[in-house]
Design a protein around this ligand. Structure first.
Ligand code: ADP
Ligand code: MG
Length: 683
């Protein structure tokens, strides 16, 4: 009895489950488990086999065992706080069942005198006698106990019994769904149906069996759902028509000539791709991907210039104020008085803000820089023609969609990211966009040399810093991340600042999250002008900022940072043409993973390789910032293990797109797997 809406059962709130209280539901909801479907992906980690029973003489201390015994005698002490005991025996010996906090009546009921009872629990030994304290299971019907049970990694506050009750209730009522895959695809998974696959997934005997058909089928479901969503978004965006932009490519040559470098081929290629999009009648939705330091900013500024020349405004958004300020200053430097530009951040004061908002509205400001604050309703453009978003991995699909709407009728969108994506994931992560890639680094670049130093060698590091300063180079000093509280990160930076200032008098500056924006800007300007030699900071310099004269970066407590983050930080140096150095400092006792991270960083400065290694170490969801972006991690699919499935899904999607296939049959798949409801929003 397959009903096309069978899947709806799984979208029910967990509160529909029987015999489960509010407390349990709340605990699960806190873990982001909203409905029955979400629970299906908490998989058993191991299982307990209670099918075998032991004799009392064979009991092993510390093990969870099942025994069948005869109930002989109650020992209910008259003193409060002493446990109740029940003496049990089999033909090989005696055992006490010990109960704390259980009433006599209850004990008499579950362990009636002279009855044969099966008990399961952890065995201990006390005063020369075996004991089972607060047994997990007690029953006169041994078939209830003698089972193989899945063990789930339990959420605090939920007992195994309750959890099994929950999950078994769902599995017992699991609906059969109408098949969404075609015959050819299904055959690749030996025709495993969805329901059957889920049941096998939860069968304790199959734990870790990721090569089997049912596992692959379910992984493929997820991948296909994710690709379908991207494909729909892209289709929707491509449908958007706009006026084509008219400008002369050679107009920008004038200021390109003024740069003290030549554009790389990849930069030129990207500019061309963007120009074609700008001139077309379809809205651009393009990602510019390139490793740290590959020179994305200049590409985007050239595009901004062209769009202004075509008579439109440009919004340039960055995830942090520092970065935004830096883009703004760079634009000021290269555009001079020719183009009116402004900056708007959360901390811009009210009067100035109102003034800028007015200028944006009446088209006096041509390029507006800013952070999230550019999202606000108050920001009204006269005629926005291009929206540039730097370090886009800090923003998610949902925000991207909001932007594509916000832009207005003629706005193209250019996103930039330094996080390389493995091929298998491009479609899931960026399938909604076209992509330009900058692979080459500027020619003059030298590979940054990376050292690691234990904290005890601090004086060596100080000597090195002295040498760099003597050679007229500048230094970043990144202070440890205080994990427990981002709020007090700045304290360690302040301490370090005082410490270094004693050695390098008047040559040290500091920035951290607590410093107000004007002062921050002032400090950065002074650092850029080489008034200071050392900039002490928290990780706020992690994304994007660019000081070509900084040659050395010291990262304290580097073992606390992730691989990609260290690569980003290291990318702050080596942007000019001198040899740059990165020193990773660490406290003693590095974990194996930390050692591995250091080894990888020493061996390569290729962001793509670093990202791949990082994904092996941490899982790709963490590396790509899925958690903050709102795209869910895959539940089963793994871009490395299941590469073949990703490629298969890519082919399938192309076929679906080419044949303009009706998506109706995928409806249950999308409803279940796209609970963020992105697909509905674009429909
Ligand atoms: P990212 O891609 O990390 O955003 P940036 O755009 O900040 O990199 O560029 C890094 C540095 O490289 C900047 O100082 C920039 O001026 C410089 N740069 C950009 N393109 C080139 C090039 N073709 N040759 C030399 N230096 C370049
Ligand atoms: Mg950048």
């Amino acid at each position: 009895m397959k009903n096309s809406k069978n899947y709806e059962y799984l979208l029910n709130d967990i509160s529909v489950l029987k015999g489960i209280g509010k407390k349990t539901t709340n605990i699960l909801k806190k873990k982001n488990i909203q409905n029955l479907f979400d629970l299906l992906w908490k998989l058993p980690k191991s299982f307990t086999d209670r099918t075998k029973t032991s004799k009392i003489s064979e009991l092993e201390i510390g093990k969870i065992l099942t025994i069948t015994v005869n109930v002989k005698k109650y020992l209910f002490p008259r003193v409060r706080n002493l446990p109740n005991k029940v003496v049990c025996q089999d033909e090989t010996g005696e055992l006490d069942c010990v109960f704390f906090n259980s009433k006599e009546g209850y004990i008499r009921k579950i362990l009636p005198l002279n009855k044969i009872v099966t008990i399961n629990g952890k065995v201990n030994y006390f005063r020369k006698k075996y004991q089972i304290t607060n047994p997990t299971y007690v029953s006169q019907d041994e078939s209830i106990i003698k089972k193989i049970n899945s063990n789930y990694s339990l959420t605090e506050g939920i007992t195994e019994k309750v959890y099994l009750k929950i999950i078994n209730q769902i599995l017992d009522n699991l609906p059969s769904l109408e098949e969404w895959h075609n015959k050819i695809i299904l055959k690749k998974f030996n025709n495993k149906a969805w329901k059957d696959s889920i049941l096998q997934l939860h069968d304790p005997k199959n734990i870790g069996d990721i090569r089997s058909d049912y596992y692959k089928r379910l992984a493929y479901d997820e991948i296909l759902a994710s690709f379908l969503i991207s494909s729909q978004i892209r289709k929707k965006i491509k449908k958007n028509k706009k006026k084509s932009k008219f400008f002369f490519e050679k107009d920008c040559f004038e200021f390109i000539k003024k740069l003290n470098f030549k554009l790389t081929q990849d930069q030129e290629k990207s500019i061309n791709e963007i120009n074609i999009d700008l001139k077309s009648k379809n809205k651009m939705f393009r990602l510019l991907q390139g490793d740290v330091g590959s020179g994305k900013t200049i590409v985007s500024l050239i595009s901004a210039f062209n769009v202004v020349k075509a008579g439109y405004q440009v919004a340039f958004m960055a995830p942090t104020e520092i970065l935004s300020t830096q883009h703004f200053s760079l634009a000021k430097k290269i555009f001079g008085e020719k183009i009116n530009i402004d900056i708007l951040t959360k901390k811009t004061d009210r009067i100035k803000k109102e003034n800028v908002l007015k200028k944006i509205k009446n088209n006096r400001t041509k390029i507006i820089f800013g952070t999230h604050s550019l999202f606000q309703k108050k920001v009204e453009f006269y005629n926005l023609g291009l929206l540039i978003i730097d370090e886009q991995h800090k923003f998610g699909v949902r925000q991207r969609m909001a932007l594509s709407k916000k832009g207005g009728p003629n706005s193209d969108i250019l996103l930039m990211s330094a996080t390389p994506i493995p091929r298998t994931l491009i479609m899931s992560v960026y399938g909604d966009m076209d992509i330009s890639i900058i692979k080459q680094k500027p020619l003059n670049r030298k590979k940054t040399i990376t050292y690691s130093k234990p904290e005890s060698k601090l004086s060596d590091v100080i000597e090195f810093v002295k040498k760099e300063i003597k050679n007229n180079n500048q230094v970043f000093w990144v202070c440890p991340l205080i994990e427990e509280s981002k709020k007090i990160d700045h304290q360690s930076a302040i301490n370090k600042y005082h410490e270094l200032n004693k050695i390098f008098k008047n040559q040290v500056a500091i920035i951290h999250g607590k410093i107000d924006p004007d002062e921050k800007e002032e400090v950065l300007k002074n650092f850029l002008n080489k008034k200071y030699k050392i900039l002490v900071s928290t990780t706020i310099i992690e994304v994007g900022i660019d000081f070509p004269n900084a040659n050395l970066i010291v990262i304290e407590d580097s073992n606390k940072f992730g691989l990609s983050q260290l690569h980003q930080l290291r990318g702050r140096v080596g942007r000019g043409n001198k040899q740059a150095t990165c020193i990773l400092m660490f406290k003693k006792n590095l974990s194996n993973n930390a050692k591995k991270r250091i080894r990888i960083l020493k061996s390569t400065d290729d962001g793509f390789k670093v990202a791949e290694e990082d994904m092996q170490l941490r899982g790709f969801g963490d590396v790509l910032g899925f958690k903050q972006s709102g795209i869910k991690n895959f539940k089963l699919a793994d871009p490395i293990q299941n590469e073949d499935l990703f490629l298969l899904a890519e082919k399938e999607i192309k076929m679906i797109e080419n044949k303009k296939e009706n998506l109706d049959k995928y409806k249950p798949l999308l409803k279940l797997y796209d609970q963020a409801n992105i697909i509905n929003e674009i429909a």
